[in-house]
Design a protein around this ligand. Structure first.
Ligand code: HEM
Ligand SMILES: [Cu+2]
Length: 622
């Protein structure tokens, strides 16, 4: 029964269950959506460049902001982080793959088809227009047909995120190499773990909310319709019970990336490792206790507002602990300033600004002033861009050599960094003042002479700086792929964790022999002890591998088709229900096949592993 099923070319990518390849799929899909969301952002800023501009209509503007926010959060930032989690976490814990490779592939394809569905809305001339928060009753208006795509697309991609979360939890708990105790896990692995736990608890409320929204829009339910006994505030609760943990799902892995890069290039152990781990858990826990800070002005009353205000302020404590730990890691280090490190160092003050405006917003009475103004837009972009996006870029420069065997140009990287850094502050710093001067969020134009003109102009100029910077990043990526120069393992020479012990390109089984972990930063410890290689925990032997599979692709495609059917049945019952039937049948048949057909994977013979090891050692690598 143990035959190996292999495909080539594009079929290999569609059927792969290798976490390294799935990581690449996530990363590139994420970058694609980052560009799309970026173009939308530029269009928004272009509309706001001057008062009474008529570059786009109000309706188009609403679609642009909705799609920009939704795309950036669900289709750019999360997938890019999943890309690194996939590509790096199993390597950091000395594993040969994730716990459930099949589910990993399924998670990717669900995300992918969900993203395609959301963006298909543009081609039907009706992108979602009720904001990324989709508040009822705005989102339940029958004519806002774009929201159908939002409700279904996010349900499908949300299933994918949920599966990724479960998979990483089990992987980290069960697949660690001998000696890799919990308190020896690298910080990126720890933050992946906590973020995955957040996903498992935060996504179900969103799914429930979207399910209700779908039933209200498409099948005549009335959960959010007060005239029929519904309640609009239920949506806000469900959305933010998901929504606030979501910001930590994004920022914690970014914290993890910085916590890898800073010790590596300061060439010092991470200061306060244990407090970093506990701060991560505490932030994750408190992240579920604060959602009402998005609803201070709803009128839930002073008791609710006070409790949630205090809980929100409390999060500043573990976050402050982290900031100091990074600073103390830098303190006295022999710092190497490459691009990954520049982003990491620039992150500290940028994120600090976002954190401080966060504490300002958490003061409930003050939030009555700030709420729904550009001040909020400035706040969350300081944390999302100055935190998450900096982290994504830092991680990209740092792990690119590991993932692709080639390095990004540092020279282009410097340009990319500085343009982005300047553009970022130029765009978002003035928005604090726009907010304080009364400019509301989500307006498509404004009257001149209110003191907003120059600040808006500056903000738009800044956005174009970031646009140019992104083009440079693309050039750097293309250049790296075209170049023939291959990197050596441990490309940065200061690697501390297990992923840097591997040959590049990494064999599909990752570790020829499972490593033996002797402490935190085990590779560094071995280097300090004068060893060229890390100790191993087993003899070379046959390695069991999972087979590629087409099933995840078809399972997801089926849901995609059924989702389109659910939308179309509003206009054409026959076509719509046929698609629903056909799509669900495809999904269920795929599920049946998965249960019915025995697939035990295959073995890579010991002789092959030994031959690989010999070849690598002859090259003088590893
Ligand atoms: C860590 C990453 C963070 C991200 C990605 C983030 C994101 C956001 C977003 C998207 C909003 C807009 C909500 C809306 O549409 O009304 C928002 C609002 C808010 N954020 Fe954050 N945030 C983060 C951290 C923080 C922190 C650290 C605090 C406080 C210590 C905080 C406090 C608030 C408050 C109180 C609001 C409500 C503002 C209002 O409704 O007027 N956030 N945040
Ligand atoms: Cu929040």
């Amino acid at each position: 029964m143990q035959q190996s099923r292999k495909y080539n070319g594009i079929m290999d990518w569609i059927t792969t269950v290798d976490h390294k390849k799935i990581g690449i799929l996530y990363l590139f899909s994420g970058i694609f959506f980052l560009l799309l969301g970026g173009i939308e952002a530029l269009l928004i800023r272009w509309q706001l460049v001057k008062p009474m501009n008529d570059f786009v209509s109000g309706e188009t503007f609403n679609q642009l902001i909705t799609m920009h926010g939704t795309t950036m959060i669900f289709l750019a930032a999360m997938p890019m982080l999943f890309g690194f989690m996939n590509a790096v976490t199993p390597l950091q814990i000395g594993a040969r793959d994730v716990a459930f490779p099949f589910i990993n592939s399924l998670g990717f394809w669900l995300f992918f088809f969900g993203g395609v569905m959301l963006n298909l809305s543009w081609f039907f001339g009706a992108a979602p227009n009720a904001g990324w928060t989709a508040y009822a009753p705005l989102s339940t208006q029958p004519e806002a047909t774009g929201v159908d795509f939002y409700a279904l697309g996010l349900q499908i991609s949300g299933f994918g995120s949920l599966m990724a979360g479960i998979n990483f939890l089990v992987t980290i708990l069960n697949m660690r190499a001998p000696g890799m105790k919990l308190m020896r896990m690298p910080l990126f692995t720890w933050t992946t773990f906590v973020a995955s736990a957040l996903i498992v608890f935060a996504f179900p409320p969103l799914t429930v909310g979207l399910f209700m929204l779908m039933f209200e829009r498409l099948f005549g339910a009335a959960y959010f319709d007060p005239a029929l006994g519904g309640n609009v505030v239920i949506w806000e609760h469900l959305f933010w019970i998901f929504g606030h943990p979501e910001v930590y799902i994004l920022i914690l892995p970014a914290f993890g990336i910085f916590s890898e890069i800073i010790p590596t290039f300061a060439r010092k152990r991470l200061f306060g490792y244990t407090t970093m781990v506990f701060a991560t858990m505490l932030i994750g826990f408190l992240g579920f206790m604060v959602w009402v800070h998005h609803m201070f002005t709803v009128g839930l009353g002073p008791v609710a507002n006070s409790i949630f205000a205090v809980a929100t302020m409390a999060i500043a404590v573990p976050t402050g602990v982290k900031i100091f730990n990074w600073l103390f890691t830098l303190w006295g280090g022999q710092i190497k300033f490459n691009v990954a490190m520049l982003y990491s160092v620039a992150f500290i003050p940028s994120f600090l600004v976002g954190g401080m405006t966060g504490v300002m917003l958490s003061v409930a009475p003050a939030d009555y002033q700030y709420h729904d103004s550009y001040f909020v837009v400035a706040h969350f972009h300081y944390v999302i861009v100055g935190g998450v996006v900096y982290g994504l870029f830092a991680g990209l420069y740092y792990w690119f050599p590991l993932m692709f065997g080639k390095a990004l140009s540092e020279k282009l990287g410097y340009w990319q960094f500085w343009l982005f850094f300047i553009g970022f502050h130029l765009t978002f710093f003035p928005q604090h003042f726009l907010g304080l001067f009364g400019m509301p969020r989500r307006v498509f134009t404004y009257l001149g002479g209110q003191g907003w003109d120059t600040l808006n102009l500056l903000s738009t100029i800044g956005a174009f700086f970031m646009g140019v910077s992104t083009i440079i990043l693309l050039i750097a990526v293309v250049k790296a792929f075209l170049s023939k120069e291959r990197v050596k393992p441990d490309h940065w020479e200061d690697g501390r964790t297990l992923e840097w012990t591997l040959p590049v390109p990494t064999p599909e089984y990752n570790f020829a022999q499972t490593p033996l972990v002797k402490g935190l930063d085990t590779f560094w410890l071995e280097k300090m002890a004068g060893n060229k290689r890390v100790s191993v925990a087993e003899e070379v032997s046959d390695i069991h591998m999972p087979n590629n599979s087409l099933i995840p692709f078809f399972m997801s495609l089926g849901l995609f088709i059924a989702g389109l059917g659910a939308i179309f049945q509003m206009d054409n019952t026959v076509v719509g229900w046929s698609l629903i039937g056909f799509g669900l049948a495809m999904t269920f048949v795929s599920m049946f096949l998965r249960s019915w057909i025995d697939d035990h994977g295959y073995y890579i013979p010991k002789s092959q592993v030994e031959a690989d090891l010999k070849a690598i050692r002859e090259k003088g690598e590893q």
